[in-house]
Design a protein around this ligand. Structure first.
Ligand SMILES: [Ca+2]
Length: 509
């Protein structure tokens, strides 16, 4: 394969809390991840991305970091991290870790100092402002619900938090913030990580006027997404380039305007940015084609994301149950045929649905901050069912921190591994075939085939992929050898391919 390893890497997101629990406390941990590395090798991914495992009071399950250069005891310790990294590398897997630069935890030493001594330099590393009478400095709302400001005593000033009140936003106009995050990156680079996933990479710098938004509106471009943030990533790029081994960054640029996302990605800025536009596209050939063409035009190549720990699982978005699984696998197969770097979220290779989580088991601060009006993200974060017949489905010997999804016994990894028609085996086959294609360096050119309206066909090198979004099988005049189908019933004979309903076929043509 040409180019650096990350360019077309399949990256698997490990949501550490819910992947595998080694010590029976009901919460996944780094040793649990290490014990399940063979699953990732068998699946055929190139890298894993670990969600935050740093010291944290866990108000936002680790995205509230108190100490950036240590492992929370809940997840293990630094020696355990080193063991995981060494074993992953020995298995041929790269390791990407999360970095959270927009905000710290309220338990971070800086914020504690900023509250304890308002005259301290730490105060200027956060966004403290006077209110308007008894009202906050502006009308911004937290992404998690409620106001984006919390008042503290004794000064009566307010601090900005675009997320939970336990997550004060850093002030990126303060050079000390830059220097500290660079130190954190060096700490993990020196330990040997292969890259960083950057949380809400487009925020960091806020509107310097902190001007009111039109009531009821949250607009990333009026809050953040400012050009100043691009210089941050230029400095980070210079740091990463000073290390050997093609270290990389992928930014969570949570925007849907593709040209604006593309600003973040270049030879001097981030290596990759998440592209959530396919996630936001409804099921249907024409809409999907427009989304893919736009992405392929602006990224060279980009990333493909259908699910992650913040999004409703795509099986559920596509209709749920067997229909959702079928459509989800079809779209996945289409994306895997394209140039770019697919990001998979743990459990999607098992076809997991969004789980029902009862109100009294909800953990997400979104649920709390909206008084239950928004369910939050717990349903995509429930633990992985590894073994159908084991206590705690092989995830934990104790009580899991979130309940398992309803179909855990049927969808457990060990059941699917034995079933050639399972979602898991389909992922394994598709990833293996994709790897074989890439070894022949097919290039980045994609040709869209002109087919009937329910169909979406692409050609890359010798691989032709045809998605059928119709409710019945369709016959297409195409010559080639049938390689894969995301659903049973595909045929290729006499220059005609039968594409099953809600399925994608791969041909060597
Ligand atoms: Ca544990």
């Amino acid at each position: 394969m040409s180019g650096p390893w990350w360019r077309e890497a399949v990256v698997y997101e490990v949501y550490v809390r819910s992947f595998a629990d080694s010590d029976g406390d009901g919460v996944g941990d780094l040793e649990g991840v290490r014990s399940r590395l063979p699953h990732l090798v068998d699946l055929g991914v190139d890298a894993l991305w670990l969600t935050p495992f740093y010291r944290s009071p866990m108000q936002d399950h680790g995205y509230d970091v108190a100490v950036y250069d240590d492992v929370d005891p809940l997840f293990g310790d630094l020696a355990g991290f080193d063991r995981l990294l060494a074993d992953a590398h020995a298995a041929g897997l790269r390791v990407v870790v999360d970095v959270v630069p927009n905000h710290t935890s309220q338990e971070h030493a800086w914020f504690r100092e900023a509250l304890a001594d308002p005259a301290s330099p730490a105060r200027a590393r956060y966004v403290f402002r006077d209110g308007r009478g008894d009202e906050p400095p502006n009308n911004w709302r937290s992404v998690f619900g409620g106001p984006a400001w919390t008042r503290e005593s004794p000064t009566g000033q307010w601090y900005l938090h675009l997320f939970d009140s336990s997550q004060p936003d850093l002030d990126w106009t303060n050079r000390e913030v830059h220097d500290e995050l660079l130190r954190v990156l060096r700490f993990w680079l020196d330990r040997g990580v292969d890259g960083f996933r950057i949380d809400v990479a487009h925020l960091l710098y806020k509107d310097p006027e902190l001007a009111d938004l039109p009531p009821g509106e949250y607009d990333d471009r009026r809050v953040g997404d400012r050009d100043e943030v691009l210089a941050v990533y230029e400095e980070w790029r210079r740091l990463l380039d000073s290390y050997d081994g093609d270290r990389m960054t992928v930014g969570e640029v949570f925007l849907f305007d593709v040209p604006r996302i593309a600003r973040y990605v270049s030879g001097s800025r981030l290596h990759q940015a998440f592209n959530f536009t396919v996630m936001a596209t409804p099921w249907g050939a024409a809409a999907l084609r427009r989304t893919l063409e736009t992405a392929l035009q602006h990224f060279s190549p980009g990333t493909w994301v259908l699910s992650n720990h913040d999004l409703t699982r795509h099986v559920t978005r596509y209709g749920g149950g067997s229909l959702g699984r079928r459509r989800g696998l079809a779209v996945t197969a289409l994306l895997l045929a394209l140039p770019g770097s697919p990001y998979l979220y743990q459990g999607e290779e098992l076809g997991l649905d969004e789980a029902e989580v009862p109100a009294d088991r909800r953990q997400d601060p979104i649920f709390r901050r909206t008084a239950g009006a928004e369910a939050g993200r717990d349903g995509c974060r429930t633990p992985i069912p590894w073994e159908a017949d084991a206590a705690g489905y092989g995830f934990t010997a104790g009580d899991p921190w979130l309940p398992f999804g309803a179909d855990s016994a049927q969808l457990a990894a060990d059941v699917q591994r034995r079933d050639p028609s399972s979602v898991l085996v389909a992922y394994q086959r598709l990833l293996a075939t994709r790897r074989a294609l890439l070894q022949e360096e097919p290039g980045d050119e994609v040709v869209f085939l002109e087919l009937d309206e329910d169909l979406l066909g692409v050609r890359r090198g010798w691989l032709v992929a045809v998605l059928n979004t119709a409710g019945e099988a369709v016959q297409v005049e195409l010559a080639g050898e049938l390689l894969e189908s995301s659903a049973p019933g595909a045929e290729a004979a006499g220059g005609v391919v039968t594409v099953p309903a809600a399925a994608t076929v791969w041909l060597r043509s």
